[in-house]
Design a protein around this ligand. Sequence first.
Ligand code: AMP
Length: 298
Amino acid sequence: MQVITTRSALTPLLLREKALGRKIGFVPTMGALHDGHLSLIAESRKRADITVSSVFVNPTQFNDPKDLAKYPRQPEKDAAMLEKAGCDYLYLPAVEDVYPEGPGKGPFFDLGGIDTRLEGASRPGHFAGVAEVVKVLVETLVPDFLFLGQKDFQQCMVVKRMLDQWDKHHWDSALQEASLNWRPGDVELVICPIIREAHGLAMSSRNERLSGEMRTRASAIYASIQYAEELFPTFSADEISTICANALNSIPDFQVDYFQILDGETLSPANADTQKFVIITAVIVAGVRLLDNKIIIN
Ligand code: AMP
């Protein structure tokens, strides 16, 4: 595996790979890797010829500077894990390489309101930061496939929308020749299933911040999602959300931010035509924000 720290070195290497007819798979991460991330690498190796991962703790998606400061960082260990998993290139940039003009300068995409609900309501600006960094990374890597985890379900929807908007409204077709006829709308988004710890907690780099006891207790989050699925559709979405949120809030050190059952295509309240539902929750456990969800097809 080659570790590369600058865009100016990485892009030509990958364009050369593409010119040889190789398909590029990209797995963006913020590091502190676990088996959830490695499952994305495995999927990329199945579908693409070349797998590229990035480890970059993106400052523009943190609305709370304390959260950014506490985010776990272990680049050497991450590089060793990626190499073992068969990743071909690791992009490990400094903030200045990703944002030569400084972070938070955009472009800002019309994210269609998906960005202001749920996570977006509690973390203003978070998804603008996600869209900004994924745009830069995708531009740098010109991938054919982009692998994202369903654990961050809303993020997957935001990235899909960003690629679409970028292609329609912001794509500079002068770049098309330089990027071997690649354009953002051609990137195939592959959403990979949630990998869980043995007792059901969705794996997350943030789990590192929980004590062993809290980690076990946090398995109640997935248990409540499974219970919600059992209650569905005997009870209404609102009734189930209230039952599950109350049950989780009754656990010491748990604070539910949201627990909702929504239309899985739009993240709006479900209606009579909804066929794909998502049970989606964010719970703060001992100060650590944990996300989980499950899709139900009716
Ligand atoms: P992060 O490093 O948290 O930004 O995550 C990088 C990518 O890994 C994102 O697409 C996440 O959705 C995905 N990911 C994180 N945790 C899991 C998990 N438990 N299972 C599958 N994918 C995950």
